[in-house]
Design a protein around this ligand. Structure first.
Ligand code: XMP
Length: 512
């Protein structure tokens, strides 16, 4: 395995993604991780990530001193390369010639990183993002590539197996970058690359059995990807020692509650408590218009019902959660201080301390796409595994203003038509999230010879990689008008359709 030390780059996670795609397990730790913990992890290679700092500054973050003396191969990326040079006796200077974005490098020598990818004399496209640059190499190093802005665009010390690149091999804008990282892992570090989801499934299963013993595990199932995969995996490990609780708030998309029951109870034979609590939720939401009050009301009630059902079962020793790796990474770039609360998120996992149970979190080491792969491996249907993200508070936050059953019913119909058209057009997987929001606005329309006075709705579709930022999906106008025509014709209660063309920021993906 490989250890990635994070110096705060926005794209550090991509290094891990690229390595794992080649079958090599890796973890991301902060650059100042405890050396004893590092030694215990016993990595076969270390990667120093990029970062926003400048090694010229006095307070610049430094790699741990023993990183270079342990005989373990090291690759420094961008700031990581500069940190190597700074630490081992080279020189780094600020430069007038900054390089941001696409750049070209000339390969000037052979190097283990380039084997089978770039030949000497070749020009290659890379992605750069740096102000400082290396101006003198430490003893033992040689330059293996140059760019206009960086005389040492790639450097190597073959004897000590320490390498540095000024560009970012982990981003897609360095088209050959993934192969360079694979070379580092396979050729330099000698890792075979057997980390696959099939292997993960087996080890995770054993680990769950070892952790749980004969204890009982409860799991909140929401129909979302993470809790579904966690439940299927835990069930495979411990069978009926797992009981799933599905708190149905009546705010799911059309048909999804039935699907959860069908898949988990009927197909997987998982013990499942399906609690239809929709009456409670609609009663509590009556007249609530403020988005935060809505979120908190749903969150609180969810926990109450979950606790009640857990108690009915006679309690449990463990609580299963679908925590993913991005929630676990101790992010260096997030150390910047308190950030504003835009929305209070509600997740199935967010249970209070008083439900003190030990946690079973079998997905803690996985990224979202890996969880999907594991789900497929476990035989979960594509409709669940490939599903767009869906917020815990459900359709309530897609209905600005007061929520009631009738509005939810209208929204479910419109949403189902929109998603059906997206699927039929083959666009579902190209879109991060697509949904309809039912607006608290009525407008006048004409149908046949009659006047209508019904709700307007907004279609939303965005592309994103993590939900933090998002771009509007550029549908053809003909697609949008087809969807609008169907919704107005088929959904009683809606007579006007708009398309939301706001990116995030400044908008958010959901309306509330
Ligand atoms: P926003 O609206 O903040 O949403 O741009 C970003 C992503 O988060 C999802 N979302 C939630 N997910 N519980 C969740 O599990 C929540 O309370 C919640 N609110 C928003 C949203 O669907 C989008 O993918």
């Amino acid at each position: 395995r490989i250890l990635i030390l994070d110096f705060g780059s926005q794209v550090t996670q991509l290094i891990a993604r690229r390595l794992r795609e080649t079958g090599v397990y890796c973890e991301i730790w902060p650059f100042d991780a405890d050396p004893a913990r590092m030694a215990a992890f016993a990595p076969k290679g270390i990667i120093l990530s990029g970062g926003p700092a400048s090694v010229i500054e006095e307070v610049a973050p430094k790699p741990p001193a023993d990183v270079f003396g342990a005989g373990v191969p090291v690759l420094g990326i961008c700031y990581g390369e500069q940190a190597i040079c700074d630490a081992l006796g080279g020189a780094v200077e600020g430069s007038d010639h900054r390089e941001f974005g696409r750049a070209f490098i000339d390969v000037t020598a052979d190097c283990a990183l380039f084997e089978g990818v770039w030949a000497r004399g070749q020009r290659a496209q890379v992605w750069m993002s740096h102000g400082d640059r290396v101006t003198a190499l430490p003893p033992g190093f040689r330059a293996v590539a140059v760019s206009e802005g960086a005389p040492f665009a790639a450097i190597a010390d073959d004897a000590r197996r320490i390498y540095g690149v000024q560009f970012h091999p982990e981003v897609v804008h360095t088209p050959d970058g993934a192969r360079l990282l694979a070379n580092f892992a396979h050729k330099v570090c000698g890792l075979a690359g057997g980390w696959t989801m099939a292997n993960f499934r087996e080890t995770a299963r054993d680990a769950i059995r070892a952790q749980v013993g004969t204890g009982r595990v409860i799991c909140g199932l929401s129909g979302g990807v993470d809790s579904s995969v966690a439940a299927a995996l835990i069930h495979e490990a411990i069978g009926d020692q797992l009981v799933c609780i599905f708190v149905d708030h009546g705010l799911l998309r059309a048909g999804e509650a039935d699907e959860v029951v069908r898949v988990f109870r009927d197909r997987f034979n998982i013990r499942l408590v399906h609690r239809d609590a929709s009456d409670l939720f609609f009663a509590a939401l009556e007249g609530v218009t403020d988005p935060e009050v809505k979120r908190k009301t749903i969150g609180r009630l969810f926990i109450e019902v979950f606790e009640e059902e857990a108690k009915n079962l006679g309690g449990a020793d463990f609580l299963a959660q679908g925590t993913l790796y991005p929630d676990v990474i101790e992010s260096v770039s997030a150390r910047g201080g308190p950030s504003a609360v835009i929305k209070s998120h509600h997740n199935v996992g967010g249970l209070p301390d008083r439900m003190r149970m030990k946690l079973v979190e079998p997905l803690r080491e996985l990224f979202k796409d890996e969880v999907r792969e594991l789900g497929r491996e476990l035989g979960l249907p594509e409709t669940i595994v490939g599903r767009h993200p869906f917020p815990g508070p459900g359709l309530a936050i897609r209905i600005p203003g007061p929520v009631d059953r009738e509005k939810v019913r209208i929204l479910q119909k419109a949403d189902a038509i929109y998603l059906e058209e997206i699927r039929n057009a083959g666009l579902y997987d190209a879109i991060w999230q697509a949904f309809v929001a039912l607006l608290p606005v009525r407008s006048v329309g004409v149908m046949g010879d009659g006047r209508t006075y019904d709700f307007a709705c907004a279609l939303r579709a965005v592309t994103s990689t993590d939900g933090m930022t998002a771009d509007v999906y550029p549908f053809d106008m003909s697609f949008l008008t087809r969807v609008a025509g169907r919704i107005v014709n088929e959904v009683r209660g809606i007579n006007r359709v708009t398309y939301d063309i706001t990116s995030k920021p400044p908008g958010t993906i959901e309306w509330e």
